[in-house]
Design a protein around this ligand. Structure first.
Ligand code: DGT
Ligand code: CA
Ligand code: CA
Ligand code: ZN
Length: 596
């Protein structure tokens, strides 16, 4: 039975189209035909809106680059039924396992097809057995070296489908860079490029670059780091390893004068790079990893930094987080790039927990850590009474909590504390505390922690009902997703943004690495709709205040500017903001002058 119960995510559509491309390629269809599907998959991956929301809108679909009849009708069928007959039939016609084994790096669709037809290979396990027995090498164009390389990929279970959350990848990349710096002398410009530098929420592999006088010594040190599990390749200037964690790292040593061009190239995204190279072409230049070559004279121009390259293309510098070919080049051309919010802009944290509820540290310890992390003020927002698993506070305990916060605030010199709660928004949209209790608090966050399976209409109405409460300042982690673990709730995002603007409510950008909620595409859309934000760490432990950078990363990917984030306000201005009635808060921010 086709089921339309779960709304498909953009990633689901992209997966179907990329699987179709793989199967058609395996079958031997024309490049022309397969490319339409793989392009559609790429385009969908970069869309800034939910395809499911636009599926009924024929005109909007046809405006998407590369969306012709064949793609549009397939998107609509998927949106309506959750399935695609064309895809189901195609899968049924092909040998089983093609899609599974093409996930293994080094196994293309054609190889997968031959492996299936000639050797009956229908799974990763069958592929591994076939390589180990030597049988796999009997296939045309499969040398022992190729087979062994595939085997290594199989054994380390690295597949293109497995992506690592940035909250795991970034700290590990930092540890690797530190270890490498201390393992070998004479490394310069050691940097991570790729999706990590662009702050994507998940990372496929980590692309590191550096300059060095003795590249081979760097390669030796890199491949012998204690955390390396498997060396996939080791060359004079480029090596590839898999760490104990399963993360793959590439390291390239670059000549000093090519560093900027190589950094630009490997930061990506691929689509951004393609747009830049087109632009260079139109200026008689061929942009490559070394610099810009004159098409006429073949002369190579080198650059000291990325800014110079953009300048050569008559563009202002474009920050890595927005290099996604989602309008940034046009905006740069019109000199309308946003000045993105930075970690340094954030003055206070509006979301934290202590051992009064499910935090692991005392209020003192949390306040001290927040101060050391550079915050000027901190709202202590423990859970409300319905959050029983989190040890939510009764109304009486909340009053004691307030007293404790105020008493501690008096004692502390380096940071200002604000009273608060992270209050459950109940299933019917009502508040978990009476209004008079909420009115006492400096900062009220409202969160969905229960009845997450409500349909979109009910959920949207529930959240809007909460936003209409004068005492509720911020909706925290709106969609409740947990990356890789829990799907977001169903809701009408645009409707909620409009209600936020109308009621004067903020939407939180939750920086916790397991949440990152709102995510980049939400933030970008909310920016367009005029929404104001707070960035909160949702710290339950002292070290988590440092996670503010992940929230800022998401915000930057969503083109968010500091003037739209209220906790960039200095403490006294933030107090003025809080004492402004909700209905006037958006106007307060609009009229706020940074210099005053
Ligand atoms: P990932 O690793 O899947 O999270 O994503 P990226 O963006 O790090 O992609 P990756 O590791 O495949 O390649 C790193 C960068 O190298 C990518 O962002 C842009 C550049 N690059 C890689 N392959 C191509 C390509 O075929 N064409 C162009 N123009 N650039 C490429
Ligand atoms: Ca990468
Ligand atoms: Ca890579
Ligand atoms: Zn929460």
């Amino acid at each position: 039975m086709p089921s339309a119960s779960r709304k498909l995510q953009n990633g689901d559509y992209a997966q179907v189209f990329s699987d179709i491309a793989t199967l058609l390629q395996a079958r031997g269809d024309s490049v022309f035909k397969t490319r339409a599907y793989s392009r559609a998959a790429d385009t969908i991956g970069n869309l800034q809106f939910e395809l499911s929301d636009a599926a009924a809108d024929d005109k909007r679909l046809r405006e998407i680059p590369g969306f012709g009849d064949a793609i549009v009708t397939k998107v609509q069928e998927l949106a309506e039924t959750g399935e695609l007959q064309f895809f189901e039939k195609l899968k049924a016609e092909m040998p089983p396992g093609i899609l599974e084994i093409t996930q293994v790096p080094g196994v293309g669709p054609k190889t997968a097809m031959r492996a299936a037809e000639e050797l009956g290979i229908d799974s990763r396990e069958a592929l591994q057995r076939s390589i180990e027995s030597g049988e796999f090498e009997t296939l045309p164009r499969i040398s022992n070296k190729v087979a062994q390389n595939i085997l290594r990929h199989l054994k380390t279970r690295i597949s293109q489908g497995e992506r690592i959350p940035i909250g795991t990848a970034l700290p590990e990349a930092e540890r690797v860079m530190e270890a490498l710096q201390s393992a070998v002398k004479g490394i310069r410009n050691l940097t991570c490029a790729g999706s990590l530098r662009r702050h994507r929420e998940t990372i496929g592999d980590i692309d590191m670059l550096c300059c060095a006088d003795d590249p081979e010594a760097v390669m030796e040190a890199f491949t012998s780091l204690p955390m390396v599990r498997d060396v996939m390749s080791k060359g004079a200037t480029k090596s590839m390893v898999v760490m104990d964690s399963g993360l793959q790292f590439d390291l390239r040593v670059i000549p000093d004068d090519a560093f900027a061009a190589t950094l630009l190239y490997f930061t990506g995204s691929k689509e951004h790079g393609i747009r830049l190279r087109d632009r260079a072409n139109r200026r008689g230049l061929s942009l490559n990893e070394y610099g810009a070559k004159s098409i006429e004279t073949d002369e190579l121009e080198v650059f000291a930094c990325e800014e110079e390259i953009y300048q050569r293309l008559d563009l202002p510098y474009i920050p890595p987080e927005i290099r996604e070919d989602s309008g940034e080049i046009d905006a740069a051309e019109r000199d309308e790039l946003p000045e993105l919010v930075t970690v340094e802009d954030i003055r206070g944290d509006l979301h934290s927990h202590t051992d009064w509820t499910d935090g692991r540290f005392t209020m003192e310890e949390m306040a001290d850590a927040a101060s050391k992390a550079g915050f000027e003020y901190l709202a202590v927002t423990d859970h409300s009474q319905s959050a029983t698993v989190a040890g939510g506070l009764s109304v009486d305990r909340l009053a004691e909590h307030n007293e404790a916060v105020r008493a501690l605030d008096k004692k502390l010199k380096k940071i200002h504390l604000l009273t608060g709660t992270e209050m459950d928004i109940l299933a019917d949209g009502s508040m978990d505390y009476p209004d008079d209790a909420l009115a006492e608090l400096d900062v009220v966050l409202g969160s969905i922690h229960s009845s997450m399976d409500q349909d979109s209409k009910t959920m949207t109405a529930r959240i809007i009902a909460a936003m209409e409460n004068e005492n509720l300042d911020i909706i925290a982690h709106l969609t409740t997703r947990l990356i890789g673990k829990r799907a977001p709730v169903d809701l009408e995002f645009d409707t909620i943004c409009k209600a936020a603007v109308e009621t004067g409510t903020l939407l939180e950008i939750n920086a916790s690495t397991q949440r990152l909620d709102l995510k980049d595409t939400h933030i970008r859309r909310a920016m367009e709709l005029g929404v104001l934000f707070s960035i909160g760490t949702d710290s339950h432990r002292v070290h988590q205040f440092a996670e503010v950078r992940y929230g800022v990363g998401m915000a930057r990917r969503g083109w968010c500017t500091a003037d739209r984030v209220v906790n960039t306000l200095p403490y006294t201005a933030f107090l003025k903001f809080l004492s402004t009635p909700k209905s006037e808060r958006y106007a307060f921010i609009e009229n706020y002058d940074q210099r005053s």
